[in-house]
Design a protein around this ligand. Structure first.
Ligand code: ADP
Ligand code: MG
Length: 628
């Protein structure tokens, strides 16, 4: 090791060349096509465009182009905009706290230029000619005057062409396109006064004429919400809330249709989502999700959008107050439209008090606000304070298995059995195709509506019914793809389901894989589908909920990358259709389930690795009790 200041053979630190530094930095801003889509759309909005067209090829992997009719750029700006920290939106650090535009970091185009081949065409309305620029590896490789309508077109080709490792991380086109559509919908939702279109591989998926927010919601999320929405509108000196919530009967089993915007910026917030859910409490079943599209506007000095590179998380100066106001506004809307009896709470008075909470928000006023009846009413125990800040209720952590932690609480763990013995109890028989000597005839016992005790000739099995059924269904569904399709039962009363355009695209994609699984679903135009048939052994009647939930789970399946779409479908359906813990079973049902389970190729575990049963052999029992 040498400490020579001027560098010598032993030195190892180097300054990275610019284009590599840019590529690394780009990773923060652009993880996938959808992130680039978001940045380009936001730039078009910031440029004052009234018409914004997004054109995508191969889910954005080959092309992402945004064409706008905004104010355009001068030739010099067109060249400059690809430099890191090139922005026209802030000039000094103080501006950071007064942001009224979507962008401000000046990182997006620099990142775009670092990881794709870019073609920019732009012209300001007053300029005679426009500018054409090509950029590759952060270098301008071509610049010439060009005839072009006024406005800007930025086309990024071959995303990550120069960062193969990133490119390999991209998911299937279907998955990436879903993210692109999500981002597109968020921007389009926030600006109903602008025209948007989205064309993918030459096909127009969205064509959104300018209109009211209500019209935009229906355009984006589907006609079934029309006449089923209630406006939310509260103005106070501190913040304004406006938007729509769905009437309770439109609540879905899936979390999809929920949007928060703060100063027109889409944000994720499990915390604020909880505020809305609390307002809906008792009006909808616990496991269902109401539509909401809510815009919260407040003084930019009261928020910090600079906490996250993609600006999707923001920090409120006073989060609890925002929580209380959101909840109050939603309750108020529900009450006003007689969805909830007004008597239950007298909110009008409460809401009026919000005026006391005025700008500028001094310490004193904050204290006053905290002592207001309204605020206190909404921040009691089990409410605001008690939600961990990172409670990301959107994570969909439990994929519906429900039985998750149950095994951990079973008493056998408390028998002070050495660790290794316990795992042996579960796994020791792991040889292939063990012969199970079920006692027959025998009496099966169900314990707590959850476990089945199945007698063996020597010993017994303790089976967790939901997890066991999940395994049985998984293997059955997997077999459906190798020539043993699940029988379909024709629906007597075919159900029509209306989906949002995004969900319709998704269902269209998974539809072929659903046929062998017993589903007959036909497109019916305009994002609707008719369910003609369902798996024969499934009770009919809640096809709509099943399919919505299915779409949601396929969308949110946690370990996306590892699994094919078909695998995700198999896992989701087997979890979804498994009999739930708490269902009481007859002798025949218990016996059938255990026999089916033991006939599986891997009977002892679910696909996610949870044990489905534990064997208690006579030997093992006597070892436990008599120490032999
Ligand atoms: P930021 O949006 O944070 O300023 P970007 O890298 O996204 O940074 O853009 C850099 C600059 O390029 C912007 O500040 C703006 O001046 C200009 N620009 C980008 N896109 C457009 C567009 N579509 N129309 C006009 N100007 C644009
Ligand atoms: Mg920008």
């Amino acid at each position: 090791m040498s400490f020579n200041l001027f560098g010598s053979v032993g030195d190892s630190i180097q300054l990275l060349p610019d284009h590599i530094a840019n590529q690394i930095a780009a990773g923060e801003v652009i993880q996938r096509p959808a992130s680039a889509v978001k940045e380009l759309l936001e730039n078009a909005v910031d440029a004052g465009a009234t018409e914004i067209r997004l054109i995508v090829g191969e889910a954005g992997k080959s092309l992402i182009q945004v064409v706008d009719n905004g104010k355009g750029m001068s030739a010099a700006d067109a060249r400059l905009c690809f430099e890191r920290h090139a922005t026209s939106k802030i000039r000094d650090i103080n501006d950071l706290f007064h942001i009224h535009t979507m962008g401000f970091r000046g990182e997006a185009l620099a990142s775009v230029a670092a990881v794709s081949q870019v073609e920019l065409k732009t012209r300001r309305a007053d300029d005679e000619v426009g500018t054409y620029i090509e950029v590759e590896n952060s270098q301008v490789v071509k610049q010439e005057p060009s005839a072009w309508q006024s406005g800007t077109s930025i086309a990024m080709k071959n995303l990550f062409f120069n960062v193969p490792a990133r490119r390999n991380f991209l998911k299937s086109n279907a998955a990436e396109m879903r993210h692109v559509i999500d981002e597109f919908m968020r921007v389009a939702m926030a600006f109903p006064q602008l025209f948007f279109s989205l064309v993918h591989n030459g096909q127009e998926l969205f064509h959104l004429e300018r209109g009211s927010l209500k019209q935009r919601i229906v355009q984006l999320l589907g006609n079934h919400y029309n006449a089923k929405m209630v406006p939310v509108q509260e103005k106070t000196d501190y913040l304004n809330i406006q938007g729509f919530i769905g009437k309770p009967e439109t609540a879905k089993k899936t979390r999809g249709d929920q949007y928060f915007f703060v100063n027109n910026r889409f944000i994720r917030s499990g915390y604020l989502q909880h505020a809305v859910m609390q307002a809906f409490r008792d009006l909808i079943p616990a496991d269902s999700f109401p539509l909401f599209v809510l815009f919260i506007d407040l003084d930019p000095t009261q928020i910090d959008v600079n906490v996250h590179p993609t600006k999707q998380e923001i920090k409120f100066e006073d989060e609890k107050i925002v929580y209380a106001f959101v909840q109050a506004a939603v309750k108020h809307a529900l009450a006003q439209f007689s969805i909830m009896p007004t008597l239950e709470f007298d909110l009008d008075a409460g809401i009026q008090q919000l005026d006391a909470v005025s700008k500028p928000f001094t310490e004193q006023q904050q204290t006053a606000a905290r002592h207001s009846g309204l605020y206190q009413g909404f921040t009691e125990k089990h409410q605001a304070h008690f939600i961990p800040r990172d409670s990301n209720s959107g994570a969909g952590a439990d994929n519906g298995a429900g039985g998750d932690s149950q095994l951990n609480t079973v008493n056998w763990q408390q028998w002070a059995l050495p660790e290794e013995d316990v795992s042996k109890a579960v796994f020791e028989w792991e040889q292939p195709a063990k012969k199970w000597n079920l006692l027959s005839p025998a009496v099966y016992q169900q314990y707590e509506g959850r476990y089945i005790i199945a007698p063996l000739i020597t010993g017994f099995l303790l089976v967790q019914q939901q997890l066991a059924h999940e395994r049985v269904l998984y293997e059955k569904y997997a077999a459906a793809f190798s020539g043993r399709p699940v029988a379909t039962q024709q629906s007597l009363f075919p159900v029509t389901i209306n989906l949002s355009p995004a969900d319709a695209v998704l269902l269209e994609e998974i539809r072929p894989d659903m046929v062998p699984l017993g589903y007959a679903i036909e497109p019916f135009g305009n994002n609707s589908f008719v369910v003609q048939g369902t798996p024969a052994d499934l009770l009919q009647g809640n096809e709509k909920a099943t399919i919505e939930q299915l779409l949601d789970q396929v969308k949110h399946f946690s370990s996306d990358i590892k699994f094919s779409r078909r695998e995700k479908l198999l896992r989701t359906l087997s979890q979804q259709h498994a009999i739930k813990a708490g269902t009481s079973l007859t002798q025949t049902e218990m016996q059938q389930l255990v026999e089916d389970l033991l006939a599986c190729q891997t009977p002892n575990l679910t696909v996610t690795g949870k044990p489905t049963f534990i064997e208690f052999t006579q030997d093992y029992l006597s070892r436990l009790f008599e120490g032999r």
